[in-house]
Design a protein around this ligand. Structure first.
Ligand code: PRP
Length: 194
């Protein structure tokens, strides 16, 4: 199937009226290999501990699913919804849901995130979780934009440090689209889309 604007066949999954997928930044096999390394590292660090893996939705879903299967330890899986972006911009305000019901007192919590951009989301989550007195708190992020970090926070596990480009796929969205791409891709908006 073609969208009529490209030479080759365009997959519907890759098409959006506000912009286009410019290139693949991290291919699926690379993601898979790095996750196996991270899983082994985390398993070694948390052996004999009471590990709670806390997935930040929605973006962290694909990474968490693959990462937890690469951690050869008994774990508890929990979810928190964190939202701060509208289109390509942070609103500067993080909405958190489902924190109240978390049973993490005295337990070792690993927060799993798709991307650390400004760091605002993680700062807010960190504060909310600290109040519940876990035994330890740590962060694992698939992607890290070092240049954009405005809220310094310790990150224990980083999949890939990336340049400052807008990325989609493998959980990351533009306007709720592209989360189900199997790779990380650069999304370039058309100029009129800002
Ligand atoms: C995205 C992403 C991170 C956060 C990173 O979430 O999943 O949680 O932004 O940005 P920051 O470091 O500047 O806070 P978003 O608000 O888009 O919600 P989503 O996970 O549902 O896509």
């Amino acid at each position: 199937m073609s969208d009529g604007t490209t030479n080759g066949p365009a997959r519907l999954r890759d098409v959006h009226p506000a912009g286009e997928i410019e290139r693949i930044l991290i291919a699926e096999p690379e993601i898979r290999a790095r996750i196996m390394e991270l899983g082994a590292e985390i398993a070694a660090d948390y052996a004999e501990r009471d590990l709670v893996v806390l997935c930040l939705l929605k973006g962290g879903i694909y990474f968490t699913v693959d990462l937890t299967r690469a951690i050869d330890l008994p774990i508890t899986l929990e979810f928190v919804r964190a939202r701060s972006y509208a289109g390509m911009e942070s609103t500067g305000k993080v909405e958190l849901s489902w924190i109240d019901g978390l049973d993490i007192g005295g337990r070792d919590v690993l927060i799993v995130e798709d991307i650390v951009d400004t760091g605002l989301t993680l700062i807010e989550i960190w504060r909310a979780l600290e109040a519940k007195r876990p035994a330890s708190l740590a962060i694992c992020t698939l992607l890290y934009k070092e240049k954009r970090l405005a809220h310094p926070i310790p990150i224990a596990y980083i999949g890939f440090a990336i340049e400052d480009v807008f990325v989609v796929g493998y959980g990351l969205d533009y306007d709720e689209r592209f989360r189900n791409l199997p790779h990380i891709a650069v999304f370039q908006p058309h100029e009129s889309s800002g």
